[in-house]
Design a binder for this molecule. Sequence first.
Ligand code: B12
Ligand code: SF4
Length: 521
Amino acid sequence: MRLLAVHPSGLMYTRVFLRLEPLGLEAVAGAARDAGHDVRLIDLQVETHRDLMRLVRAWQPDALCFSGNYLANIPEIIDLAIAVKAARPACFVFVGGHSVSFTAHDLLHHAEGAIDCVLRGEGEASVSALLDAVAHGGDLLAVPGVLTTQGTGPPPRFVERLDPVRPARDLLRHRRKYFIGTLDPCASIEFARGCPWDCTFCSAWTFYGRSYRTRSPEVVVEELAALREPGIFIVDDVAFVHAEHGMAIGEAIRRRGIRKRYYLETRGDVLLRNKDVFRLWQSIGLKYMFLGLEAIDEEGLKAFRKRISIDRNFEALEFARSLGITVAVNLIADPDWDHARFETIRNWCLEIPEIVNISVNTPYPGTENWQREARRLTSLDYRLFDIQHAVVPTRLPLPEFYAELVRTQQVLNRKHLGWTALRGATGQATRLLLHGQTNFVRMLWKFNSVFDPRLQLADHARAVRYEMTPPPAMLATHGAAQGAPRIDMKTVYIHGPTGRKGRKIDDATEQFVDETRMGLG
Ligand code: B12
Ligand code: SF4
């Protein structure tokens, strides 16, 4: 079959700071190609809707799939599905990915027949079974993870092993468009999948049933060696949870003499526990690290069930600084913040040398916060669920909230973008320009045109054609009055829990994870 794989447009964030290759969709495309299908891929982060429709008409795919990792992309996916079906009614249209797995019923409902099915969970595991069923008129509902308007197939299943998974990177037409900061161009790679923690605002753990699986160091190093890009974004939710695994990959890279510059995301407590691993990685090219601090007060950390103290977080920052790694930290702004709270955060941002990223506390499907959310959401417009907009009532009037938010984010702009950044990276910028890489230099001046309180407000005034189903607690008539309802998060999991055996970590690491959790899960 001819399969066209489509990644939707980039969100606000990708217009300024970074844009990365759609690794998950490439993995699905790779699995379909290995099964004998003719596959093409188009990434609308760097191409247009017109390019897509032109390709549909010219190439006439038998099947077309969208990657729906982000809630905010859902309306775009539905509209495109409708356009594709109108242009080519015989084409089988399906959608998969993180967010659509949690919202599959709504998606089919909104699309009114333009989406034939949602394939929930890991795409590599079932995509070829689905394409076989489509090609031979088989029973779609026999395919694990499938949801159609007619019913639900068996539960999604995991791919048997991660090692044979090979993203079809060669299918991307504009590989030089992907970058993060000065890692320009930049490729992405996966060392491990899943997360053993269970933070209340995050859905990484519910998607994978709190499992944690790793790829073998030999396979990772083979893949790295084949990458032409000098910059590498490691997509793992928490890098180097398991020290031995991180060490083995690092040593294999050194033995092989691979020279790249790396970016990764991890937790402060993992960094402090596995210092030697991070020291080794610094010596082989780790340049940037993203630490999800989330809050700078104990109360905030507790609410997110982040399970690390302020002191430990700051100790982690100190350690990262001592390695000479550029650290970006994330803080979550709560819609309840007032002027004074924003002011405190701004002052803190100015005191520390790190890049501070501010996101807005947003309950979204698949998270515990969503299950518990009993307040009236101020919007059910998917497009606003991008953690840059407020979707629960704000204490300040909304225009003031956005003005404060953007003013706080501007501190980051003044510190790290524009002329300041260029002064610190002139050599780097010149080198990139000489190589025809303009992504980094262009981003330096884009901040104010993207992060603008008036634009954020205007987004709330757009007509809403597709609305999400509200959270269960908000729907329940007495939910709020009776206090927080009891929730079994296992019922929310996309991949059912496999327990301890689903986590490829040693007992000491399992114990460490348990100690940094506080029950539930
Ligand atoms: C790496 C990453 C990024 C990267 C790269 C994203 C990209 N280009 O795709 C960057 C840093 C750019 C990023 C940005 C953001 N991210 Co992000 N990101 C992740 C992260 C940690 C891993 C994603 C990944 O690459 N995994 C590895 C690949 C192999 O897996 P995968 O993409 O999930 O694909 C698998 C399945 O989903 C499925 N699948 C995927 N596509 C398809 C398609 C079909 C047809 C099928 C059948 C299956 C299928 O099969 C794949 C293979 O098994 C996830 C957390 C997570 N674990 O999912 C968050 C996550 C997806 N991000 C999240 C968020 C909030 C964001 C931002 C909105 C944050 C912000 N500050 O603005 C931005 C938006 C960026 C944008 N799209 O424009 C949330 C999603 C929230 C939501 N429900 O919408 C997540 C879940 C994290 C969380 N804490 O909850 N992100
Ligand atoms: S540590 Fe928490 S925030 Fe990070 S991926 Fe795991 S559950 Fe999500």
